[in-house]
Design a protein around this ligand. Structure first.
Ligand SMILES: *[C@@H]1O[C@H](CO)[C@@H](O)[C@H](O)[C@H]1NC(C)=O
Ligand SMILES: *[C@@H]1O[C@H](CO)[C@@H](O)[C@H](O)[C@H]1NC(C)=O
Ligand SMILES: *[C@@H]1O[C@H](CO)[C@@H](O)[C@H](O)[C@H]1NC(C)=O
Ligand SMILES: *[C@@H]1O[C@H](CO)[C@@H](O)[C@H](O)[C@H]1NC(C)=O
Ligand SMILES: *[C@@H]1O[C@H](CO)[C@@H](O)[C@H](O)[C@H]1NC(C)=O
Ligand SMILES: *[C@@H]1O[C@H](CO)[C@@H](O)[C@H](O)[C@H]1NC(C)=O
Ligand SMILES: *[C@@H]1O[C@H](CO)[C@@H](O)[C@H](O)[C@H]1NC(C)=O
Ligand SMILES: *[C@@H]1O[C@H](CO)[C@@H](O)[C@H](O)[C@H]1NC(C)=O
Ligand SMILES: *[C@@H]1O[C@H](CO)[C@@H](O)[C@H](O)[C@H]1NC(C)=O
Ligand SMILES: *[C@@H]1O[C@H](CO)[C@@H](O)[C@H](O)[C@H]1NC(C)=O
Ligand SMILES: *[C@@H]1O[C@H](CO)[C@@H](O)[C@H](O)[C@H]1NC(C)=O
Length: 471
């Protein structure tokens, strides 16, 4: 009874589809590449469950993404207009004047549309006409019945920046389950057109990074069965800014993209990026070192020095009966050892940076020529003036809170604190060096930090402080 009308609808439909002889059929979990010249269009067609019996449920969900890879040249300063999308479930040639009203997500160079319960749909991608444009568009169209083929992630969701030096950038992935295949490709770009800012294929086309060196990170304690990758990119240019994307291949041919954040390589060639230190395993940033030295030798020299400085503390705490003496309701000796080591690594391995453009927002200290934070750095690397990116004062506060009072560990206050440490300003790029300390534990900055005080008073203080704590 009901089958007959359905069948006749189907048979009258079929010639209609093929009447448009350049209509491209869409298949599940497919990404196709297409070109489109000015003022032309391309139509695609999808019919759900074509092979199944008519008694089966025929409708399905539809996920469509369009990412623009290249665009025409414009002879004016006007932005190049975006490709247009028209959809219809009844008209085989959707157009600006004849299409279904839909709402879709639009970002520069990116369109995403999804809907549920579709039995068939025609999709037109149209190139605008404009007298000031020359050339063609190229784009990828992703189609699936289960998920977006080009999902976007906000900056920092898949990977964050550790630090840069003049030719390298080091990134840290977010923790992932070790049971999954996790693979990120960094894409460092300098010239993605603003109109294509959110496009996977445009980022791939403009990538200038060479192959990254990916290693497993051994930083702060991870949950069991989770891992983190550190991704080292080399061959970059000095003092250059890059828009950094991360691409991730996921099952079913899905191409995920983390939207870009900006990084800047350093200008001072004596700031050199080190990571994977055997003892100070949470250090992953630039340190002061002569440009010609082997970087692994530099890494070991800092790490060995920090480990040596840790020994007096280790022997002091080992003489304290941690197991029978409860000195705090919330902290024990494990916390003390962890926090003391983190603090020690931050002061024994000072972070090196370029002089900041705005020193009121970044906790830096400019060491004049012939001076350094410690005499070890002074004699080993004989710096000729450099800028330190100061540790967050919280690294010191954590030791005071975690360690037994007999250690008599104190943090400087007032002006001395502002000389030696930085404060955290939420919503800014990092304003002090926190290592792996959880940002939620950081003390928020005072209204107007005064990072810079007279270098001489600072040095006098640092020497006295080093004597107290290390000798
Ligand atoms: C179909 O394509 C042929 C050549 O490939 C062309 O001659 C014809 O006009 C097209 N028909 C339609 C309806 O577009
Ligand atoms: C798009 O155009 C470019 C340049 O003309 C060509 O190299 C490429 O093969 C074309 N791609 C497709 C899918 O037609
Ligand atoms: C599907 O579309 C709706 C409405 O536009 C949107 O809110 C939702 O996030 C989309 N889902 C996906 C997976 O993109
Ligand atoms: C990871 O990838 C390999 C090879 O591509 C595959 O054999 C394996 O099943 C994948 N594992 C998971 C958990 O996806
Ligand atoms: C590109 O996108 C990022 C993040 O989505 C944004 O911060 C940046 O301003 C955009 N750049 C341009 C040129 O549109
Ligand atoms: C760095 O760039 C040079 C020249 O462009 C190239 O020969 C070298 O292979 C690159 N190094 C890496 C690690 O990609
Ligand atoms: C990658 O980094 C590790 C650790 O720093 C190093 O041992 C290894 O030689 C590097 N691999 C390449 C290909 O550069
Ligand atoms: C990770 O670092 C800690 C602290 O330095 C060290 O004890 C541990 O052996 C390291 N683990 C690996 C796998 O390197
Ligand atoms: C690293 O240091 C060791 C000992 O200080 C030295 O023998 C070696 O030549 C150095 N390696 C490089 C590549 O400079
Ligand atoms: C300190 O406390 C943690 C749990 O809060 C525990 O796992 C650890 O073993 C304790 N360490 C010592 C030395 O008691
Ligand atoms: C680093 O460079 C300085 C100045 O050029 C020099 O005095 C010092 O000996 C060098 N240090 C090393 C370890 O090469």
């Amino acid at each position: 009874m009901f089958l007959f009308p359905l069948l006749s609808i189907l048979f009258t439909l079929t010639p209609l589809i093929h009447a448009q002889n350049n209509t491209i059929p869409l298949h599940n979990n497919q990404i196709g590449s297409y070109n489109l010249s000015l003022n032309l269009h391309q139509t695609f067609y999808f019919q759900s469950n074509q092979a199944a019996s008519l008694l089966a449920k025929r409708s399905s969900a539809v996920f469509l993404t369009i990412t623009t890879c290249t665009q025409p040249q414009s002879s004016t300063k006007e932005p190049v207009p975006a490709l247009q999308l028209f959809v219809s479930s009844t008209n085989p040639l959707p157009s600006a004047s004849n299409h279904d009203p839909i709402s879709y997500v639009q970002q520069p160079g990116y369109l995403a549309w999804n809907t549920t319960d579709i039995t068939r749909v025609w999709i037109t991608v149209a190139a605008p006409a404009s007298g000031s444009l020359q050339g063609q568009w190229s784009y990828e169209l992703g189609f699936s019945t289960s998920a977006l083929m080009h999902p976007l992630y906000p900056p920092n969701q898949l990977a964050t920046l550790d630090d840069t030096d003049t030719t390298h950038a080091l990134f840290l992935s977010t923790p992932y389950l070790t049971s999954t295949n996790f693979s990120l490709t960094p894409l460092l770009t300098t010239s993605v057109p603003a109109e294509l800012n959110a496009s996977y294929c445009a980022a791939v086309l403009h990538n200038v990074a060479s192959t990254a060196n990916v290693t497993l990170a051994n930083r702060s304690s991870l949950q069991p069965s989770y891992a983190q990758q550190q991704i080292m990119v080399g061959n970059l240019s000095l003092g250059q800014s890059y828009a950094v994307y991360f691409a991730q291949s996921q099952p079913n041919n899905v191409r995920a993209l983390q939207l870009p954040f900006q990084i800047q390589t350093k200008s001072d060639p004596r700031c050199r990026l080190i990571y994977q230190l055997p003892f100070c395993n949470n250090v992953a940033y630039s340190v002061l070192a002569n440009a010609s030295l082997d970087i692994w030798n530099v890494t070991l020299s800092y790490d060995t020095n920090a480990n040596t400085l840790y020994e007096p503390f280790a022997s002091a705490i080992s003489q304290f009966n941690c197991h029978s003496t409860q000195y705090s309701l919330v902290r024990n000796c494990s916390d003390c050892e962890r926090d003391y080591k983190r603090w020690l690594c931050s002061v024994a391995i000072p972070r090196c940076t370029d002089p900041p453009a705005d020193s009121s927002e970044v906790a830096t200290y400019p060491y004049p020529a012939g001076t350094a934070r410690s005499s070890w750095i002074q004699t080993t690397y004989a710096p000729n003036g450099y800028t330190e990116f100061l540790p967050c004062i919280d690294l010191c506060y954590q030791v005071v809170q975690s360690c037994p009072p007999f250690l008599q560990f104190n943090c400087p206050t007032d002006d001395l604190a502002a000389l030696q440490y930085g404060y955290w300003l939420p919503g800014h790029s990092p304003t002090c060096n926190r290592l792996d300390l959880d940002p939620s534990l950081l003390v928020i900055s005072r209204a107007s930090p005064r990072w810079i005080v007279s270098p001489l008073s600072y040095l006098a203080f640092v020497s006295a402080w080093l004597l107290c704590h290390f000798l």
